[in-house]
Design a protein around this ligand. Structure first.
Ligand code: SF4
Ligand code: SF4
Length: 198
């Protein structure tokens, strides 16, 4: 095989791999709301129990599960967080992004943001105004809000404090759903229940 044939074949297989990953993710996203709702009750019970006696190494376990999941999950095949939810824009996020866009902070805020019922600055529209739906990329990736760079927060310090938020995120983020399912296998509910003596 001459080199150009080899390159064409490699490109062809790479394209097939990309397309099959996208189709796989589309199917996951279609199934996710139902799966997450079915798991909600069990997850609530699980985290209530985990909060009562939190393993000392929980953050370490979460970091491991998070890293393992994001080795196989490519956000560029998904983009569901950018399509459906808004990050919180802190003052420093707003200042940084406005500067990047060469806009005045007040103009940036009035064009893109509004205050929600919890008094946080959030996007006016979904999908996000900075989301490119053609390839799931972010126009302001290098200066995006901190909440975006940390989403779905499954490797956050003191993870135990954000278990309710995580249950909500399992309805949006297939990676968060998988991480919670993996956590329940790694630290089973029974591990944390008091053993009764005979
Ligand atoms: S700012 Fe970028 S990363 Fe954040 S929601 Fe919008 S498109 Fe997604
Ligand atoms: S963080 Fe989750 S919801 Fe957002 S793009 Fe990645 S897998 Fe999808």
């Amino acid at each position: 095989m001459v080199q150009s044939d080899f390159q064409n074949t490699s490109y062809y297989f790479a394209r097939i791999a990309v397309i099959s990953n996208i189709l796989y993710m589309q199917k996951r996203l279609e199934e996710l709301p139902k799966l997450a709702e079915e798991a909600r009750k069990e997850n609530k019970k699980y985290f209530v129990n985990l909060r009562k006696r939190t393993p000392k190494n929980l953050d370490y376990v979460m970091q491991e599960l998070h890293d393992k999941e994001f080795k196989k999950t490519d956000c560029l095949t998904c983009g569901n967080c950018c399509k459906t939810t808004s990050p919180i824009f802190t003052d420093s996020d707003t200042a940084r992004i406005s500067k990047h866009l060469k806009m005045k902070v007040a103009d940036f805020q009035s064009k893109y943001l509004e205050r929600d019922s919890d008094d946080f600055m959030v996007l006016k529209t979904a999908p996000c105004s900075f989301f490119d739906e053609s390839d799931n990329t972010c126009f302001i990736y290098d200066v995006r809000p901190k909440a975006c760079s940390e989403y779905p927060h499954t490797n956050r310090k003191k993870f135990i404090q954000i278990t309710d938020l995580t249950i909500e995120n399992t309805t949006v983020c297939p990676a968060a759903y998988n991480i919670v399912e993996a956590l329940k296998v790694k630290i089973p509910y029974e591990y944390n229940t008091k053993k009764t003596r005979r």
